[in-house]
Design a binder for this molecule. Structure first.
Ligand SMILES: Cc1cc2nc3c(=O)[nH]c(=O)nc-3n(C[C@H](O)[C@H](O)[C@H](O)COP(=O)(O)OP(=O)(O)OC[C@H]3O[C@@H](n4cnc5c(N)ncnc54)[C@H](O)[C@@H]3O)c2cc1C
Length: 388
């Protein structure tokens, strides 16, 4: 009983069909390989680019599709419905490309965005450090200006380390949050774009981290040891704006997290209804037991109530009116409900629910992190409380 969202139209339905075919026919058969190697195949980013699935809400002048957030939302939902957590599109085109589009110069947009939209480059954003995640103002990665370089252009020399970076193993474009000033807290933080590959001096990719879920998605450590980046790659007109840029962009990241959580809830309920109608116990389907019926009735109600709020947030975001408070509500509420619903549905599968060959086991493990990343849910509640 998936209810199609109100912001759907024929064009969005066409995007859904294209995305669903891509995830089920092209990504799905590679899922085991992605898990084994800890990251998705780079060629599948290029394939998504060829299909026009990347950067659908970015301007056509930069290789995008000229659409709206509805196009991005359709891609993210279809990925979650297909059960794929390996392709890092939510961060790549869902988040990082929008920082570039919002704050880079015209030349930089021309240089970077077409490569992201074609899938030639994978993009990441590195905020979190081993010593700090929620408290972003406490980052210690430093970028120091050095005007005396052989190349003749002023450069930042970046030192520090980052962890939990999505797409960290594959990224070619990396936004680094670093301290550029002595000012305490938010005022000293800037965002700097580094073009990186495995041979870039001063840049080292660390381990692909072994996670409890989302195992085919590369979440990695990154190290900067005198990494040199042109000062022209500072995002925005002046230093010290990084924290405010992150605060401006985080609502989209939080809405995307809510979307992923909601798609997981809808998939979990649907597959559990199907399973319990088929599985027999005590001479009748599990679905005939009152507990099963009540559990699924409650889960479906949670799903539809979430969906109504989420769709309202999406429509507001398409109109540029979604504020940080409502984005935080969507992120915290729906991701909390996703872990609850995944747990309740898994229970109805009995022992099979605990087996990795059953998709409900993956949903259970995959959604857990949604309460932590993009700002822990406790931080979301702090943000909401500030608006009261
Ligand atoms: C799979 C995955 C992918 C990620 N991708 C990225 C990425 O691409 N880029 C990136 O920069 N980061 C990424 N992260 C990092 C993520 O954003 C952080 O893990 C998150 O912000 C929490 O930071 P922390 O892990 O350091 O936890 P901490 O800051 O140590 O917090 C631990 C816990 O303390 C509690 N807490 C924290 N602050 C408060 C508060 N103010 N009030 C009440 N309770 C609080 C919460 O329960 C929180 O979960 C990713 C993380 C994971 C697991």
């Amino acid at each position: 009983m998936t209810v199609r969202p109100s912001w759907n139209d024929d064009e969005i339905e066409a995007v859904r069909d294209l995305a669903a075919a891509y995830f089920t026919k092209e990504v799905g058969p590679n899922a085991e390989k992605h898990v084994a190697q800890g990251h998705p195949d780079r060629a599948l980013y290029r394939r998504a680019g060829e299909l026009g699935l990347l950067g659908m809400s970015l301007p056509e002048a930069y290789g995008g599709g000229g659409g709206s957030f509805a196009h991005e939302a359709a891609l993210i939902e279809e990925q979650a419905r297909a059960g794929d957590t390996t392709m890092g599109f939510a961060v790549d085109v869902g988040i990082v490309a929008h920082y570039v589009n919002a704050y880079a110069t015209e030349d930089q947009k021309q240089r970077w965005l077409p490569k992201i939209c074609s899938g030639e480059w994978v993009a990441s954003i590195a905020m979190t450090e081993p010593g700090t995640g929620s408290d972003l103002q406490a980052i210690t990665t430093r970028a120091v200006k050095d005007a005396s370089t052989g190349s003749g252009q002023a450069e930042y020399v970046i030192n520090g380390s980052k962890t939990f970076i999505s797409n960290g193993h594959l990224c070619s474009l990396l936004i680094i949050a670093a301290k550029t000033g002595e000012e305490a807290g938010a005022a000293g933080i800037s965002l700097i774009v580094a073009e990186v590959d495995d041979e870039t001096p001063g840049f080292q990719r660390g381990r692909i981290l072994d996670k409890m879920g989302q195992k085919g998605q590369d979440t990695a450590e990154l190290f900067f040891d005198d990494l040199r980046v042109p000062t022209a790659n500072l995002l925005g007109p002046e230093e010290g704006k990084g924290f405010y840029q992150m605060m401006e962009q985080l609502p989209q990241e939080r809405l995307i997290t809510g979307l992923i959580a909601q798609a997981a809830i809808e998939a979990a309920v649907e597959m559990t209804v199907t399973y319990t109608k088929d599985r027999q116990a005590f001479g009748k389907p599990l679905f005939a037991l009152q507990n099963t019926r009540f559990e699924l009735a409650e889960c479906e109600t949670i799903s539809r109530v979430n969906r109504a709020f989420l769709d309202q947030c999406i429509v507001k975001h398409i109109d540029g009116k979604l504020d940080a408070t409502e984005a935080s509500m969507a992120k915290y509420w729906i991701s909390d409900r996703a872990t609850e619903v995944a747990d309740r549905c898994l229970q109805l599968f009995g022992g099979y629910g605990y087996m990795n060959e059953y998709p409900i086991a993956h949903i259970y493990a995959d959604v857990r992190v949604l309460r932590i990343l993009a700002g822990a849910n406790e931080v979301m509640k702090e943000l909401i409380a500030r608006s009261l």
